[in-house]
Design a protein around this ligand. Structure first.
Ligand SMILES: Nc1ncnc2c1ncn2[C@@H]1O[C@H](COP(=O)(O)OP(=O)(O)O)[C@@H](O)[C@H]1O
Ligand SMILES: [Mg+2]
Length: 333
């Protein structure tokens, strides 16, 4: 009996239609803002210290450029073109050893298909002191659409070595955009990008995001793109060019400034003296503490930003910092 059963067993494997790429990419990703965030996270995971995003309605393209470690030809074959890659799951620290990976689902790259029909990738790695560049040209996500009904392995796209660049990193160019970027969506994007920035580490070598939406103009689009990122520029601020180096830079929410109390103090030997500010009531208390003579604290400065943690206070903090708007009824779902 046993051996007859054995003989009837048929081996099965999963096979996939090409459209799974679209299911995982544009259908599973909630929106275009989330798609961009996914790609920015890949820049962070690649140890980039800057990620530059340009949305250009005139060219009909989105460019996302980072200065991370880039991808070799082999990386594109074995990591980028292999779905469900688990390299970030097996080891959750970035190459430099400094960052904890933000991605690990192994499908984030497919987010690009949410944004537009065509994808071009340029990437440069540094090997010793030489650079090597590759290009993936014209990946057309429509080839993976339901209509074609093909198997995933039947759809080809190509990567080739190209003349080497002089800086490591990856550039994605997305064209034939799926949707128009309206003012509200761009504002949402800025808000989500700001959430990625740490309010504490202001270190410029860390991770900076730049968003260039300067080509959205009042004449063409009914609003000024640059104003969404940089705020309104006055004639004076334009003239003295003070903000030039910070232009288009995404700043963190002023979260710390929105705290309920601050305590700033100086200590030296066995004394600590400082000012406690209660921000809501705009009152201050001088506090001095003297410890036993035998204690020596050394010398230093302390700054504490203190937050109330009940729901109403936290909601207020988030409103003050601009993370949510006052009308948001259920911010902590
Ligand atoms: N900007 C980038 N720079 C370098 N490598 C990248 C970049 N984007 C994607 N990759 C490579 O492609 C792989 C797949 O990315 P992704 O689909 O976002 O999955 P995950 O981030 O979960 O690993 C990454 O693990 C990484 O090796
Ligand atoms: Mg990722």
């Amino acid at each position: 009996m046993e051996s007859i059963k054995q003989a009837m067993k048929q081996e099965l494997t999963f096979k996939s239609r090409a459209r799974i790429i679209r299911t995982l990419g544009d259908q599973l990703i909630s929106g275009e803002v989330a798609a961009i965030i996914e790609l920015v996270k890949d820049a962070y995971d690649a140890d980039a210290n800057s990620c530059f995003i340009e949305i250009n309605p005139q060219k009909g393209s989105i460019t996302i450029r980072d200065n991370g470690h880039g991808m070799s030809l082999k990386d594109v074959q074995e990591k980028w073109a292999e779905l469900g890659t688990d390299n970030k799951l097996r080891n959750n620290i970035s190459k430099s050893g400094k960052r904890q990976f933000l991605g690990n689902k192994g499908i984030g790259r497919l987010a690009a298909s949410k944004l537009g029909r065509n994808l071009k990738i340029n990437s440069t790695i540094k090997e010793g002191n030489r650079f090597k560049s590759i290009q993936v040209d014209e990946l057309n996500w429509d080839d993976f659409s339901e209509r074609k009904n093909s198997y995933i392995e039947d759809i080809k796209f190509y990567v080739e070595e190209i003349e080497a660049g002089n800086q490591s990193g990856t550039t994605l160019i997305i064209s034939y955009l799926s949707q128009k970027w309206a003012e509200e969506k761009l504002k949402g994007l800025v808000r989500e990008l700001r959430k990625l920035m740490s309010p504490i580490s202001q270190d410029d070598n860390d991770f900076n995001i730049y968003l260039d939406i300067d080509s959205f103009t009042v004449e063409q689009n009914g609003f000024d793109g640059s104003e969404i990122v940089n705020g309104r520029q006055t004639l004076v601020s334009k003239l003295n060019g003070k903000n030039e180096s910070k232009k288009n830079k995404i700043e963190p929410f002023p979260f710390l400034d929105a705290c309920d109390y601050t305590f700033e103090a100086e200590y030296s030997q066995n004394k600590l003296s400082g000012l406690l500010k209660i921000n809501d009531s705009k009152t201050e208390h001088q506090i001095t503490v003297a410890l036993d003579d035998s204690v020596n604290l050394g010398e230093g400065l302390i700054q504490l930003n203190i937050f109330d943690r009940d729901v109403d206070s936290m909601k207020n903090t988030f409103i003050k910092a601009g993370i949510i708007s006052g009308e948001d009824k259920n911010p902590f779902h």
